[in-house]
Design a protein around this ligand. Structure first.
Ligand SMILES: CC(C)(COP(=O)(O)OP(=O)(O)OC[C@H]1O[C@@H](n2cnc3c(N)ncnc32)[C@H](O)[C@@H]1OP(=O)(O)O)[C@@H](O)C(=O)NCCC(=O)NCCS
Length: 130
């Protein structure tokens, strides 16, 4: 399979550093949502830091500066989806969003997931070798 995907080596683990790793999403989104199911693949979490700007940038395509997001700003944001409502509800109640790093082993057969690794051509491009 690695060869079919153009992968030069097998990865031992897959990690994701993102607001998508914030555990608050579990309570705010439907259990069968893609984000919740994606996060559930990860079984180890390391660093965690406050980052309210990240979900706002990715979901609302808006930039925020400063430590506190104002209620006036939140009132302008669309509330069409459960994710949009959840992001605003957390900030509106004075809480924060967090960026975390999640990871899981891909060599563990119990995950049932195919091995993941960066394609060789992508890694060469990243290293300036392409
Ligand atoms: C990651 C992503 C593809 C997931 O989208 P998805 O597959 O629709 O996610 P889910 O199935 O979990 O969606 C659950 C709910 O959130 C909503 N939602 C998901 N992404 C949304 C977005 N970018 N904007 C608004 N609503 C969104 C869905 O419409 C759904 O709403 P509903 O429950 O009211 O029907 C999407 O959020 C996205 O493109 N995000 C921007 C990129 C990003 O943040 N990447 C990570 C960078 S670190």
């Amino acid at each position: 399979m690695d060869r079919a995907l153009g992968l030069s080596e097998r990865a031992a683990a897959f990690c994701c550093h993102s607001w998508l790793m914030d555990p608050q999403l579990i309570d705010l989104l439907p259990a069968d949502s893609n984000i919740v199911r994606f996060q559930a693949r990860f079984d180890h979490f390391t660093d965690s830091r406050i980052d309210d700007a990240d979900p706002i940038r990715h979901v609302f395509r808006r930039a925020v500066g400063g430590a506190q997001v104002s209620s006036g700003f939140l009132d302008q944001l669309p509330q069409d989806t459960s994710l949009q409502r959840g992001i605003v509800s957390v900030l509106g109640s004075g809480r924060h969003w967090y960026v975390r790093t999640g990871w899981f082993r891909v060599s563990d057969p119990s995950t049932g997931l195919a091995p993941l690794a960066m394609p060789a051509n992508a890694r060469e491009a990243e290293n300036g070798e392409a």
